[in-house]
Design a protein around this ligand. Structure first.
Ligand SMILES: [Zn+2]
Length: 145
């Protein structure tokens, strides 16, 4: 897939990288329709954070669920979703008490500014526009979202 990558401070490129794959039953792959730039993307861009040359960047986006792992029950291919930068399981004590940012099973969006993003805890992390539930691809194609 084509993805936005970083090679050094100020050196952003669009390159071919391997497509993300489902490796855990809680994973989902989202076809990105719009990627976002988060303030935390700017730290490595400005040279304040360590960089692994060639890493994908971008960790917030919206898109359509392409594929889900066997334990993802709340989302299915075709759903239009909002992808946050950090992931939570929504089942641990912290999550059940409304402190998802303290989740004991955190994850992080990979390749949010690429053709496909990987979400590691789909049930607890993805948000859905309920107005277009189950009609993601059609709604996007029709320009409704
Ligand atoms: Zn949790």
């Amino acid at each position: 897939m084509r993805a936005t990558t970083i090679h050094a401070a100020g050196d952003i490129r669009v390159e071919e990288v391997p497509d993300p794959t489902i490796t855990k039953p809680t994973d989902a792959i989202v076809k990105v329709t719009a990627g976002c730039i988060c303030g935390s993307d700017l730290w490595p861009y400005r040279g304040f954070n360590d960089i692994t040359p060639g890493d994908t960047i971008g960790h917030e986006c919206v898109g359509v669920v392409e594929e889900v792992g066997s334990e993802v029950t709340d989302f299915k291919p075709g759903d239009f979703v909002i992808v946050p930068f950090d992931h939570c399981d929504n089942t641990c004590a912290h999550c059940r008490n409304g402190m998802q940012s303290g989740c004991v099973n955190p994850g992080f969006t990979a390749s949010g500014r690429a053709e496909y993003a990987l979400v590691t805890r789909a049930n607890g992390s993805l948000g859905q526009d309920r107005r277009h539930a189950g009609q993601g691809a059609a709604a996007v194609a029709a320009g409704a979202v």
